[in-house]
Write a protein that binds this ligand. Structure first.
Ligand code: UN1
Length: 495
């Protein structure tokens, strides 16, 4: 075992331990190895970080946006230079297989390329006035000091979705990463530091949601919160932050369905389902957890799926032969198994996996067998609740209408997909699926960073990340009227 990394907080441009000196351990989910020691911060650390961000805001808001964009562009180049090393670190910290970890870092690099350009766009608009000799325009302002609270499943990508646009927009930030992935968070902050980000503009505070998160969401100087995580915590963030009239963006997961119609290219559908259900061990908000299959091809599809699921290779994500890594923790593993037991009790037919995986070296980590249920009905808990693990449910449908109704029958609305060669069916699905993301002839994962990311219904509270939508969330609109008539002109009266 190698010496653990030392993660520190970054406040006002200074790397430091928590004020109390307390630490927690960051563990490799594949091996149990202690990867890093991490500050276990308290409210006082948060207060110090918010004060640093408030001070830095005074000059950051006046820094020309193209200059802000250049810093983000440089950070992206640093991530690109370190991609391989960061991906290996990510696999050790979070467990996803190396190829996917590289994709996660690449998503951050892409976001830097896109958002740095926003420094020269961030478009507002000019418009007409109802009065003569009067000019009207709408411009964007930064908001102020914000809190970013990120999950462990995309340790680099999701923090970049939040930090890069928020910074280009002129805000200053306090960033609380998931307790399971502080190391990659620190590396992102280091990249921005090396890129020339002024002190205090981005502050990192590591620690628990109960202490650090709680202080952030109720802090009077925090003006906006961008949160990705569970529905339960998201509701709490919304109610506490809402009380303080903060602007709040929530991304709270999904119960994403792939619909397979009887005219689908089945080989393609199977590839798409396997990748989006078992990639990242099912721990993506966008992961497919339901297959809704047209009755005539049900048996054929299930037969193909079951063989593929059983053949998936479980293990340490650093091994290139491995397709499915560990789940994030023992708690997560036990929770997943709890759902599988519920599925069996509810009468679903377990046809692959269904247990923790503890053979040989797997016993050192937290592994769960890729699991497939058939004969699932929409009222079962495994068909409704987010499991966040390698568990897939097959539900039968009678034609497109029934498939769409079943797809939409859950509380979430993040991603959905349809496999069909029939353009009429496809466009009806695009219209009627109540999700923020729809795929045609592809699985449910793999959103690209220049399109809006987020969901309908219980997946969030109406905001979107990435693309231009991110700039909308991280800026205020300011309407500016310039009257050059030299006399008093009263809107709505002197027209
Ligand atoms: C998430 O799981 O919260 O679309 C994000 C995808 C990735 C991002 C997922 N680009 O699957």
């Amino acid at each position: 075992m190698s010496t653990p990394y030392r993660v520190q907080n970054y406040i006002g441009g200074i790397w430091q331990d928590s004020a109390s000196g307390k630490t927690t351990e960051d563990l490799n989910p594949a091996s149990g190895e202690v990867l890093a020691l991490v500050p276990d911060s308290a409210a006082a650390d948060v207060d110090q970080a918010v004060a640093a961000a408030a001070l830095a805001y005074q000059s950051w808001r006046l820094t020309p946006p193209p200059k802000r964009g250049e810093i983000v562009a440089r950070a992206g180049q640093i991530l690109a230079r370190r991609k391989e090393e960061l991906a290996r670190m990510m696999t050790r910290e979070m467990g996803k297989v190396l190829e996917e970890a590289k994709g996660d870092v690449q998503e951050g690099i892409d976001m830097a390329a896109y958002m740095s350009g926003e420094g020269r766009r961030s478009f507002g608009y000019t418009t007409t006035s109802e009065l003569p000799d009067k000019f009207a325009m709408a411009i964007r302002d930064p908001i102020g000091v914000g809190a970013l609270i990120t999950p462990w499943n995309f340790p680099m990508a999701i923090p970049t979705w939040k930090t890069f646009p928020a910074l280009v927009a002129g805000n200053t930030l306090v960033f609380k990463p998931a307790t399971d992935t502080p190391l990659l968070a620190m590396e992102l902050v280091r990249a921005l530091e090396e890129a020339g980000l002024p002190k205090g503009v981005l502050n990192l505070v590591c620690g628990s949601g109960g202490t650090v998160g709680e202080r952030l969401i109720s802090h009077p100087q925090i003006q906006f919160i961008s949160f990705t995580g569970s529905g339960e915590v998201g509701r709490h963030v919304a109610s506490v932050g809402g009380e303080g009239l903060k602007r709040i963006s929530l991304e709270l997961g999904g119960k994403n369905a792939v619909i397979v119609m009887d005219d689908a290219n089945l080989d393609l559908a199977v590839d798409g389902i396997i990748w989006s259900a078992y990639g990242t061990a099912g721990q993506r908000c966008t992961a497919c957890s339901r297959v809704i299959v047209d009755r005539p091809i049900h048996h054929q599809l299930v037969e193909r799926l079951v063989g593929r699921v059983r053949a998936l290779n479980l293990g340490d994500g650093l091994d290139p032969a491995v397709q499915v890594g560990p789940v994030i923790s023992r708690t997560a593993r036990d929770r997943i198994h709890g759902y599988v037991e519920v599925g069996v009790q509810e009468g679903a037919r377990l046809i692959a996996g269904g247990d923790v995986a503890e053979d040989g070296a797997l016993a050192r980590g937290h592994f769960y067998q890729p699991t497939l249920f058939d004969q699932v009905t929409p009222d079962m808990r495994i068909a409704k609740e987010e499991i966040f693990g390698p568990v897939l449910s097959v539900i039968e449908a009678d034609g497109l209408e029934d498939a769409l109704t079943k797809a939409n029958s859950v509380a979430y609305g993040l991603s959905a997909s349809i496999f069909s060669q029939d353009v009429n069916r496809v466009f009806r699905a695009v219209r009627d699926l109540a999700t923020g993301i729809v795929y045609v002839n592809a699985g449910t994962t793999g959103a690209e960073i220049h399109l809006p990311f987020g969901g309908q219904k219980g997946t969030g509270n109406g905001h979107r990340e990435a693309g231009t939508a991110a700039i909308d969330f991280f800026t205020e609109w300011k309407a500016v009227y310039v009257d050059y008539s030299g006399r008093l002109q009263r809107a709505q009266i002197d027209t």
